[in-house]
Design a protein around this ligand. Structure first.
Ligand code: NAD
Length: 414
């Protein structure tokens, strides 16, 4: 993984590349490069032992020209402000690419939640909610899950926020990614992974994806696991998988349902029946039809880009490809389906959840899934067309679509 302080530079470099072929007024460009608000917090967490730990964290609100800030909450020991700033900026582009009326934001706490008990995780999230409650809200800033946070954290957050804001008519809409029985939407948990499948399927002719194709997947968390389940339905076979404990392969195909069950019991994928252990290099550089980074940033650096043998990369993680690697891949003719398109299914269904909460509606699973597929297909077609017209990579095409929409909204406001 790359040094975290470089991640915001990575986001800026991508933006510069997109802006270089556009006519965007200087003042607007400066606004696009700069978060509107950066909130740094620290608060005490009482551990079960009675000991008190000081927790540090951030909420970055990058841009709200197109609607309330929107973006996940990440709990990870290596979270940095630079990283959260980059992730917030990417959210602005993502909501614009799929054309949902949100802006971009992101939050993070510097903590390894795996070292905490469930009551400690509850107190952590409740304190975070109390600390930032004034700067979030259904029409202000709407968080969601990200790495190491799930529906459980969303409910703890929502409950504290709702108590502090009795005036709010639709308190459930303060956060998305809630479990269905707690005001969540059908299809939200699966949305990012399934949206990735829909994107790949929508682009399959354009990128010459074979009817039957092999996939190597890094990350088998929320995003990776639903992608793995869904990709089989469009002709994909997962032949390699990696997570934070290691990587495995089976050229005949890994049975994902059994693998997920194995992981649930053994907490690792290593040792799964019929599989062979491989290195991270083999996982990401091997001769697969599609490589899918679905873990953390920086998985594909320049040296990896020079030697990897897959013709297609589907970015389900945020920021897995470094700018220098991007250039090398583009020269080598490797197609990168960029994060701001490929993993936008999550924020799309987050919008559906927020909309249902704001209108006291409940959509059936099939309605959500159909709307998600339509939205992803339309976004993929728009991005592909823009990249073809401008003769750019899909990333720059996607960024130009997004930047144009955000810039237009900023102009209307000025
Ligand atoms: P998660 O916590 O559920 O899963 C993360 C996975 O990455 C786990 O399998 C973990 O073992 C693996 N991992 C962590 N560190 C690793 C390492 N050093 N090497 C290899 N594997 C490692 O998180 P998630 O929600 O699935 O998110 C994964 C990625 O997708 C992140 O980049 C996140 O920002 C992005 N994303 C998530 C959503 C969402 O809706 N959850 C939406 C858009 C983008």
């Amino acid at each position: 993984m790359i040094k975290k302080q470089d991640v915001f530079e990575q986001a800026l470099a991508q933006l510069e590349e997109a802006l270089s072929g556009m006519r965007i007024e200087k003042g607007i460009a400066r606004q696009l490069k700069t978060p509107q608000r950066v909130i740094e917090v620290s608060f005490p967490l009482k551990k079960d032992s009675g000991e008190v730990e000081l927790i540090q964290g951030f909420r970055v609100q990058h841009n709200n020209a197109r609607g309330p800030y929107k973006g996940g909450l990440r709990y990870h020991p290596q979270v940095t402000l630079e990283e959260v700033k980059a992730l917030a900026m990417w959210m602005t582009w993502k909501t614009a690419v799929v054309d949902v009326p949100f802006g971009g934001g992101k939050g993070g706490l510097v903590i390894d939640p795996k070292t905490l008990s469930r009551p400690e995780r509850a107190r952590l999230t409740q304190s975070f909610a109390r600390t930032i409650h004034e700067v979030v809200g259904p029409r202000i800033d709407v968080p969601a899950p990200d790495v190491n946070t799930t529906g459980e954290e969303m409910v703890w957050f929502r409950t504290v926020w709702a108590k502090l804001h009795p005036e709010e008519e639709h308190p459930d809409a303060v956060i998305t990614g809630k479990p269905i029985q707690e005001g969540g939407s059908e299809g939200r948990t699966e949305a990012t992974g399934e949206g990735g499948v829909a994107t790949l399927d929508a682009l399959r002719d354009a990128i010459r994806l074979p009817k039957k194709f092999t996939v190597s997947l890094q990350g088998l968390g929320n995003v990776g696991s639903y992608f793995a389940r869904g990709v089989e339905k469009i002709g994909g076979t997962i032949v390699a998988v990696g997570d934070s404990h290691g990587a495995i392969t089976n050229p005949q195909g890994l049975n994902i349902h059994k693998l997920l069950e194995y992981k649930r019991i053994h907490k690792t994928i290593v040792g799964f029946e019929g599989s062979k252990k491989i290195s991270v290099d083999e996982l990401l550089e091997g001769p697969f039809d599609v490589v899918v980074p679905a873990a953390l940033e920086g998985a594909i650096d320049a040296s990896r880009a020079r030697i990897l043998r897959s013709p297609i990369i589907l970015e389900l993680a945020n920021g897995p490809t470094l700018p220098e690697a991007d250039q090398i891949l583009s020269k080598r003719g490797v197609i990168v389906i960029p994060d701001i398109l490929a993993n936008a299914g999550g924020v799309a269904v987050s919008y559906f959840e927020w909309y249902q909460n704001m209108h006291a509606l409940r959509w059936e699973s099939e309605v959500v899934r159909r709307r998600l597929r339509t939205l992803m297909r339309s976004a993929a077609a728009t991005v592909f067309e823009r990249a073809r017209r401008d003769q750019t990579t899909l990333r720059t095409g996607a960024l130009r679509v997004a930047v144009e929409r955000v810039a237009r909204a900023l102009e209307r406001k000025s």
